[in-house]
Write a protein that binds this ligand. Structure first.
Ligand SMILES: Cc1ncc(COP(=O)(O)O)c(C=O)c1O
Length: 331
């Protein structure tokens, strides 16, 4: 089977497993795991921020990052299909007492005029005040679309003027960086806090980080423990992340090329594919998924008439070519 359902499906390589097995570890709740400390320092540095905190999941990193900017009873603005709005099971409301209002953009982009119109200043006991704006780069449900750095800079300027702060869900920020050549620190400069994942395109089995100021990370460390996310000899996992950053970052360009190959086979303009995700409009989405499975390719629906294909570390050029031949036949 060629598995294109998600880039979270990768299995650690032999080299990654070796790096994990050999990791120097300590009790990270005591702050004594040197491998975790190295990963946190490295990732904070990549984004030009003071500190970072290792977490089990991107969802937890998003929850703690957003709550560092938005108090209970305040709101965060985001795009309507943002992961924080759609796929975290209401965590920001359930844990943090935060409400959301959304703008709609088919490619998940920053729509500054609409964001301006949504933004609500603190007017006392009348309206919910907007504390933060969240962006997702790349945007998962919008087909791995990159948010252009110019739009993000304009958003930063608006947010600073308006007194709002910015969260960046950078689960796949690595893909945006490789696709555009924009340095990670430039993305980092846009955001007050970020959540970044090691367990998607980078191919680590577990792990995400929240990135931000030393104060925000110190507070998030308390909340991580409060939520049951204090982990002990977790350098074993951090070592997988360090290995992934060293060996699996630049190769994301291969995933992007494979995604364009698959797009073309499915009748999607390859120029519209920014990174490693292709969304194909198929009124017969469920039948399409079943037919692809019968032909040896696993894909997933992301709506009644949308099929998603995701390339990753475990999809070789040969796999991509075989899958493209299957799709060409099916369409
Ligand atoms: C954009 C985005 N943010 C956050 C997450 C959450 O990551 P996790 O599955 O590790 O909780 C995902 C997961 O797919 C995602 O696509």
């Amino acid at each position: 089977m060629i598995d294109l359902r998600s880039d979270t499906l990768t299995r650690p390589t032999e080299e990654m497993r070796l790096a994990m097995a050999r990791a120097e570890v300590g009790d990270d709740v005591y702050g004594e795991d040197p491998t975790v400390a190295r990963l946190e320092e490295q990732v904070a540095g990549l984004f030009g921020h003071e500190a970072a905190l290792f977490m089990p999941t991107g969802s937890m990193a998003n929850v703690l990052a957003v709550r560092s900017l938005v108090a209970p009873g305040q709101e965060v603005l985001c795009e309507s299909r943002a992961h924080i709005a759609r796929a975290e099971l209401g965590a920001h409301a359930a844990y943090s007492g935060i409400t959301m209002r959304t703008w709609i953009d088919p490619r998940g982009q920053v729509d500054l005029p609409v964001i301006r119109s949504l933004f609500a200043p603190d007017m006392g006991p009348f309206f919910v005040p907007t504390a933060a704006i969240a962006v997702e780069n790349t945007h998962n449900f919008a087909g791995g679309a990159v948010l252009p750095i110019e739009d993000l800079r304009d958003l930063r300027e608006f947010a600073t003027g308006a007194g709002a702060r910015i969260h960046m869900d950078g689960a796949r920020i690595w893909n945006a960086h490789v696709a555009t050549g924009v340095p990670l620190a430039e993305y980092g400069a846009i955001a007050d806090v970020l959540a970044v994942c090691l367990s998607k395109g980078l191919g680590a089995p577990v792990g995400s980080l929240m990135v931000g100021s030393a104060d925000a990370i110190a507070e998030a460390r308390v909340w991580r423990k409060r939520m049951g996310g204090g982990m002990r000899q977790v350098g074993i996992l951090a070592a997988g992340g360090l290995h992934a950053l060293e060996h699996h970052l630049e190769r994301l360009a291969d995933d992007h090329a494979h995604a364009r190959l698959l797009a073309e086979a499915c009748g999607v303009d390859p120029e519209s594919v920014d990174t490693n995700i292709v969304v194909v409009d198929r009124p017969d989405a469920t039948d399409f998924v079943a037919a692809a499975r019968d032909a040896g390719v696993l894909v997933a629906t992301v709506g009644p008439s949308a099929v998603r294909l995701v390339t990753h570390l475990d999809v070789t050029r040969g796999d991509a070519e075989k899958a493209a031949a299957v799709f060409a036949r099916l369409v």
